[in-house]
Design a protein around this ligand. Sequence first.
Ligand code: NDP
Ligand code: MG
Length: 386
Amino acid sequence: MSKKKRIAVLGSTGSIGTQVLEVIAAHSDIFEVSLLSAHDNYELLLEQSKKFSPNTVVITNEDNYKRVEDILWKDDIKCFAGHKALADCVQMDEIDLVVAAIVGYAGLDSTLAAIDAGKNVALANKETLVVAGEIITKAALKKGVNIYPVDSEHSAIFQCLMGEFQNKIEKVILTASGGPFRGYTKSQLEEVTIKDALNHPNWTMGDKITIDSASMMNKGLEVIEAKWLFDLKPDQIEVIVHPESIVHSLVQFEDGSMKAQMGLPDMKLPIQFALSYPERLKTDWPRFDFKNFATLNFEPANFEVFDNLKLAYDALEIGGNACAAVNAANEVSVQAFLDGKISFIRIAEINRAVFNQFEKLKSPSIEQLIETDSKCRQLANALLSQ
Ligand code: NDP
Ligand code: MG
């Protein structure tokens, strides 16, 4: 019998993390869990630990450590607390693949640590590539590490590229559902509530990415993610709105041929492919059926109403620490919106204002990116009350 693939799930209590565990449970003959991490939701983490018996568990919010440790030591599961512990634990020998599913900048250090230890990474946490894409991709190249995209658009491109690795990409086209505010004018956006913004038409996801989808920042972050994953120039990355979320993205090659990857919107498919690559594992999930979709629609993205999308291209054009600056501003403004402190349209305004003010660096080190993140959070926080 061949050895099972031993998987670390960082952010196991999130929308992606729980779906990763569903995929692992459905294929327990080939996958097993070696590490789980969570931040606040220690109750679900305990439940998951009972079910999957990982070697190690890390609770990154140290305040929750006793609650987890008191229970897990009886099951002989090692338990640690904090981000530093997580960055150490992802390097353990008992891990074959690290699923990076923490949300936001908080996932950067553990993802980098995994790559430094030569672990292959299934990457959901797009913000890490947005903040430090150059450093991460260089480190992965140096260590011979594969980064398998979990994001559905990037998984689609990756799937289109199978068997094509020698062929040059002319451009990629990322599809966007358009979110709950597709077709809205700027003045309509002024009226929207938190509830409206959290009501995504096609996907159920964590709160941060759901707001990013409503503001089109998610697509902006994905443009940056695509640049680093597939070594593209900004003008090789296009965005098209496709409300049905059936075509997950497309690649156009130098002969003009286009390939698309399609399927019903369900994150379990790209998650499973990132875990099982290059194999495809049989599933009994519902299939796409043309009979249920008389038409598939495509329309241009509105860069005027959704300035976040334009901002991502502007940041890519400048390069250096610009994408890290935009990401930091966005994490602060989105949290402030979710906390009811600012209106929806202030998200993009604050992001743009931070972008106009931050101190630009051409080839930042990781320390300088960390400093950029912290300074831009301060800038954004100062703008919240204005
Ligand atoms: P969720 O908010 O649902 O989950 C986030 C996970 O990260 C939870 O396990 C949470 O722990 C943990 N976490 C939160 N804050 C911290 C912190 N400061 N330090 C360490 N861990 C933390 O997010 P999603 O699953 O929706 O998204 C995860 C990532 O995947 C994001 O980068 C997102 O952009 C990306 N992604 C998500 C998709 C989706 O369908 N959800 C699709 C494509 C990409 P706890 O719950 O215990 O507090
Ligand atoms: Mg996506």
